[in-house]
Write a protein that binds this ligand. Sequence first.
Ligand SMILES: [Zn+2]
Length: 383
Amino acid sequence: MAKEQPQNDKKDILYSAIILAVLVLVIILSTVEFRAMREVCTIVEGPGVTGRGRLAEYFKELEESPGDTDIYFMEGAEPGGTVLVMGGLHPNEPAGLLAAVVLIENAVVETGRMIVIPHANASGYTHTESMQASPPHFAIQTEWGERVFRYGSRLSSPLHQYPDPQAYTHPSGMLLSGPEVRNLNRVFPGRPDGLLTEKIAWGIMNLIWDEKVDLVIDIHEARPINPVVNCIMAHPRVIDVASIAIMDLGADWGVPIRLEPSPEGMRGITHREIGDHSDALAVILESPNPAMDALRGPTDAELVVYGKDDFFKRAGEAGLIRVPYIDCQGFPIDRRTGRHTTTVKVLIDTFTEFHFDKPVIVNGIPTKDEIIEKGLGHFFLKP
Ligand SMILES: [Zn+2]
């Protein structure tokens, strides 16, 4: 037995070396993956982009912070009104981001101005929600290959804003659960001396004030079992424009959509606070995203992109969800994104009909039918 000792030692050393090598490999791979999550997806400046800025230019406190984010300016040859379109206030609602990217890469403004913030909560794009098993990325097929986008979390990263209070008191006095202090769509109009998410909201408010924005369109997605889905939520001052847009969308553009007036007591949400604290008219758009609903089965990039899930199919057949689950089609992201781009186009056109002294004319916004016909990937430029 004593003779075998050196050989056993050699085996032990070999096993230890293999375990160490595997550990080092796992650490390297996870470090690369973890660092990659800090990068938001690449966006290509389309033919209509006339300038790019950063949110920190409107609120210095955001400089070098994880809340700073890119802003795209699209200016027409003729002066007119200013529209701000935001995606990514909730980074787990991907059709909002994709609609913003489609605008940046395809739209051309003829009159007035369009400003687009695609990753409104940049911090929320650096992580996924805990216990939700969300995929960190998803890809859209294009004619030249795959375009990859980040799938983030509803809330800002706890690495950037920690700890959460037991309860969050909105400046209006409304009390919310502690983690909601990291929900960008609950902290508007923000606080200049607040926590990071409140500072992002304050930066966006500064942009709206400084750039004299006339219309704000904030693009979201909602759980299909949520009653507030496939709708425009509108501040009272924009009910007229939203109502006419809804009739046009249903009659002429194949986008049946409902109107939801902004509840007065529900504070911190963009359309309510921007409408109350600025001259801008403000709406939120919602489409159904099964990947964020508790009813879902396995949560992967396929579910994000194709929106097919047996549980939703059965719930749809039983009449338990608020939006039709189209058999064999589910809630595909091209339809969800197309619904948003068409709604943005019709809202801008209707705004111009109501406010001819501040016209905004935008060409080249792909509609839902064009996106379904050519595929969403057709409208993404090659980085
Ligand atoms: Zn949302």
